[in-house]
Design a protein around this ligand. Structure first.
Ligand code: ATP
Ligand code: MG
Length: 455
């Protein structure tokens, strides 16, 4: 609005100045054109100025001309004596006038004055006869007519400008209202959301841009809400998983404290149980820490040239005691060495987690097949087992933290549901991909594909 008002003011000023200049110029030019005709009339029959003007017909001619152009006309000789004045008051007097003074140089001179607060133009036209300066015709013309026209023009402009300002102000307010009210409502909703009210509805009214903004906010809020839900879920899972062994420890130790006549054997048995629960707590915390570390954004892999075959072989060796407990056969099918730049420890942890699952969720006398193959750019590891299998509806969730398919059964087997989320993070960090196929009662197949990098 300020800009509109400023630019209108400038236009206003500029147009008034131009109008003033143009009108004065037009009037002056008109006077000069007429005066030149008068001059011709006078010099055509020139003898000398006095005789020339001693003629009523000529005086009347000048008077007519003066009323025609609405100006006072004086004829001044070389000595600045007024020989004729249409107002008669200056006749026979010596006058002092700048323009008349200057017109001795035989050029027309124009000046502008303010006399009694009224603007006038003073135009002196030299009378030249036979190449000699004889005197001047001085035309004094009022400019008040022009200024009164300009005043009317200004008045009209003011009315027009006021209408424009009113329209600008009104439309300005409407627009501001239209833009700011949806923005205010978005701000209000965002404030509420900051305090955790994620189901707060955002008003969708407003222009297209506002709608785009609102939608972006909605997406953001949904994401926030998901993250917040995940966080709550995670905290509750962690607390729950930590509480279970702690409750056991508490119960076992209380039993020992309360019963004064515990025999040494029971003592030992209880302490072994407590020790087992402490181990479980430790392993949960270890898993949690490694998961948190893997999720750190700035985490860098310690890449080194690793022989994947050796890594898988080592995994089998480490886990073979566990497999023997259930009499599970592990077949590792790949002879040739396969090298790639990998984070050795993390990859090892990944394989151990998958193969230990294959043992844990396998049947007695079952088997595990591990295949290693490579293409020009990728390495593929397939780990399949003859275990209990995973139902199709559970497959999408097995990589989630703390997700366990069958809580009751899994409890007997042990574990908290972090193994596969760790696997997922590690594969993601290596820019690889992991897929699961499974059939209930028949077995599960994990397929890992990671890009092969040699430098
Ligand atoms: N090879 C498999 N066969 C059948 N079910 C499996 C297999 N691997 C994983 N699962 C299912 O997926 C769930 C998640 O596995 P994950 O390794 O993340 O957790 P966990 O083995 O229960 O505990 P953790 O590995 O943290 O000790 C398991 O609880 C199990 O139900
Ligand atoms: Mg596991």
């Amino acid at each position: 609005m300020i800009l509109v008002i400023i630019s209108m003011g400038l236009m206003f000023r500029f147009s008034v100045i131009s109008l003033e200049e143009e009108s004065i110029k037009a009037k002056t030019n008109n006077i000069i054109t007429h005066a030149k005709a008068l001059l011709k009339h006078m010099t055509d029959e020139y003898t000398d100025l006095n005789t020339l003007l001693d003629n009523d017909y000529r005086k009347n001619y000048i008077k007519d001309f003066s009323s025609e152009i609405d100006a006072r006309i004086l004829v001044v000789n070389r000595e600045y004596k007024v020989l004729f004045d249409t107002n008669t008051s200056y006749e026979e007097k010596i006058i002092k006038n700048n323009e008349v003074d200057q017109s001795i140089d035989r050029n027309i001179h124009i000046g502008y004055y303010k006399i009694n607060k009224k603007r006038v133009s003073s135009i002196a036209i030299p009378i030249i006869y036979k190449d000699a300066y004889k005197g001047s015709i001085l035309i004094m013309s009022s400019l008040e007519g022009i200024y009164s026209n300009i005043n009317t023009y200004i008045e009209r402009l003011i009315v027009l400008a006021s209408i424009c300002v009113i329209i600008t102000v009104v439309t300005g307010f409407i627009f501001v209202e239209k833009i700011s009210s949806p923005l205010e409502s978005i701000t209000d909703s965002v404030k509420k959301i900051v305090f955790g009210r994620y189901n707060e509805e955002i008003n969708e009214e407003g222009s297209d841009e506002i709608k785009v903004l609102t939608n972006s906010f909605k997406v953001l809020i949904e994401k926030f809400s998901q993250v917040d839900d995940q966080r709550k879920q995670f905290v509750s899972n962690v607390s729950h998983e930590l509480r279970t062994p702690l409750t056991s420890i508490k119960l076992l130790s209380e039993a020992l404290i309360e019963d004064e006549n515990v025999d040494k054997e029971t003592y030992r048995e209880f302490l072994i149980d407590i020790d087992g629960e402490v181990d479980r707590l430790n392993s949960i915390i270890d898993d949690l820490l490694s998961l948190v570390n893997l999720e750190k954004k700035e985490l860098e892999l310690k890449l080194e040239k690793v022989n994947v075959r050796d890594l898988l072989f080592k995994t089998c060796v480490i886990l073979s005691p566990l497999a023997e407990q259930k009499n599970i056969d592990i077949h590792f099918i790949k002879e040739a060495k396969t090298y790639s730049m990998l984070d050795k420890n993390k990859m090892m942890q990944c394989f151990i987690n998958i193969v230990s699952n294959s043992i844990k969720y396998n049947k007695e006398n079952g088997f595990i097949n591990i295949y290693l193959s490579e293409t020009k750019d990728t390495i593929k590891v397939v780990i399949e087992d003859s275990g209990i299998g995973i139902e199709e509806k559970d497959i999408p969730f097995i990589f989630d933290r703390f997700y366990r398919v069958d809580k009751a059964r899994s409890k007997k087997i042990g574990g908290v549901g972090l193994g596969l989320s760790i696997v997922h993070q590690i594969i993601k960090l290596h820019q690889g991909d992991i897929k699961v196929e499974s059939k209930i009662g028949e077995g599960t197949k994990f397929t890992i594909v990671i890009p092969k990098r040699l430098i």
